[in-house]
Design a protein around this ligand. Sequence first.
Ligand SMILES: Cc1cc2nc3c(=O)[nH]c(=O)nc-3n(C[C@H](O)[C@H](O)[C@H](O)COP(=O)(O)OP(=O)(O)OC[C@H]3O[C@@H](n4cnc5c(N)ncnc54)[C@H](O)[C@@H]3O)c2cc1C
Length: 334
Amino acid sequence: MTTPDTTYPVLVVLDDSPHGGIPTTAAELIGAASTIGAPVVLATSAAGDNDALASKLGALGATRVLIADAAADAAAGSAGNDGTSIVDAADAAFDTVRPAAVIIAHSINGRDVAGRLAARRRLALCVDAVGVRRDDEGVIVDHSVYGGNYTSVSAATHSAPVITVRQGGIEHRAAATQASVETLAVEPSGRRAATVTSTEPLVQTSSRPDLRTADKVVAGGRAMGSEDKFEEITGSLADALGAAVGASRAAVDAGYIDHTHQVGQTGVVVSPQLYIALGISGAIQHLAGMQTAGTIVAINTDADSPIFEIADFGIVGDVFEVVPQLIDAIDSRK
Ligand SMILES: Cc1cc2nc3c(=O)[nH]c(=O)nc-3n(C[C@H](O)[C@H](O)[C@H](O)COP(=O)(O)OP(=O)(O)OC[C@H]3O[C@@H](n4cnc5c(N)ncnc54)[C@H](O)[C@@H]3O)c2cc1C
C-alpha cells in the first residue's frame, strides 16, 4: 500500500448525489486524485452525517474531508442546484487546502462547477480526462480525442489545474485511510447565476444500471428493427449481464429507445469495462462515445463492418440468432 503524499494535496469536489449520500463517481475521483497526491474531499452537508461521511470517504481513500456548512447551502437554496454555492465552497476549500490540482466529475454539474471555479480563480481547465499523473514539473492530464484514436496530453504552466474526469475513464482506486473531517465555513459570494425556481427529482423508472456509470453496457443499433425487438434483444442481454442499455443514434432516431440512451459524439460518453455492440456499424460518431471501453464485443452480420476494427471479440452473425443463444449460455451458468 502506498502512503498518500500529504505535501501534495489534491482537492476532489463531489457532485451532489440526486439520492443523497455519496455520488457514484466518488471512488473514481478519489482514485484519480490518489495517483498524484493526497485526496482532500469537499462534500456538502446535503450528503449526510459528517462522521459517517468521513468514514465512507476514508474507505474510498480520502485523507481529509471538508464539509461545506449548511448555512452556505441554505443561502443559495440548496448546494449544487444552481452551481453557485458549490463553487463558493470549492473556492473556500481551495484557499484552505492550496491544492496541486482540483478534480471534479465530467458530469453536467461537474463541468459547470469546474468552469466557474477555473474562471473565478483564473486556473487552467483540463476537461474530460481519462488519466492523471505527475512528473517532476507537475500534474499531467491524458485525454482521449478524435473518437479515441489519439491520446492528447495537457499540463498547466501557471496554476493548479482544474480537471474534469470522464466517468468510467480511470480504473485506479485508492487504498482506504482514516480521513479527518472538518466543517468548512463558506461565505456566499452572491455572484450571478441561474435562478432555480423549482426542482423536480428525476424518478428512476428503470431498475437497470445508469448508462454513464455502469461497468457493463449492451448497446443496440438500427439492426434491431423495432422498439419491441430492441427491448427483446438488447434489453434481455443487458438484464442477463446486469448491464446498462445503450443505443446508436440510428436506433434512437428510429424511436427504438429514448435519446438518453444514445452513446456517441452527440450522446453519452461511456467507458465501461465491457461494451457489447449489437448490430451497430461503428460509425466514428458512435466510436467517440465508447472507444475507451475496456473490452469491446461486436455482433454484426457484415464482417467488413468498422466496429470489428476496434472490437476485442467479434461474432459475424445475426443478432436475432446469436443473442438468444448467449442469454441461454449466461443463464445456464447462474
Ligand atoms: C454530427 C453527427 C453526430 C452523430 N452523433 C452520433 C452519436 O452520438 N451516436 C451514434 O451512434 N451515431 C451518431 N451519428 C450517426 C452515425 O454517423 C451513424 O449514422 C450511426 O451511428 C449508425 O447507427 P447504426 O450503427 O445503428 O446503424 P447502421 O450504420 O445502419 O448500421 C447497422 C449495422 O447493423 C448490421 N446489421 C444489420 N442487420 C443485422 C443483424 N440481423 N444482426 C447483426 N448485425 C446486423 C449492419 O451490418 C450494420 O453494420 C452522428 C452523425 C452525425 C453526422
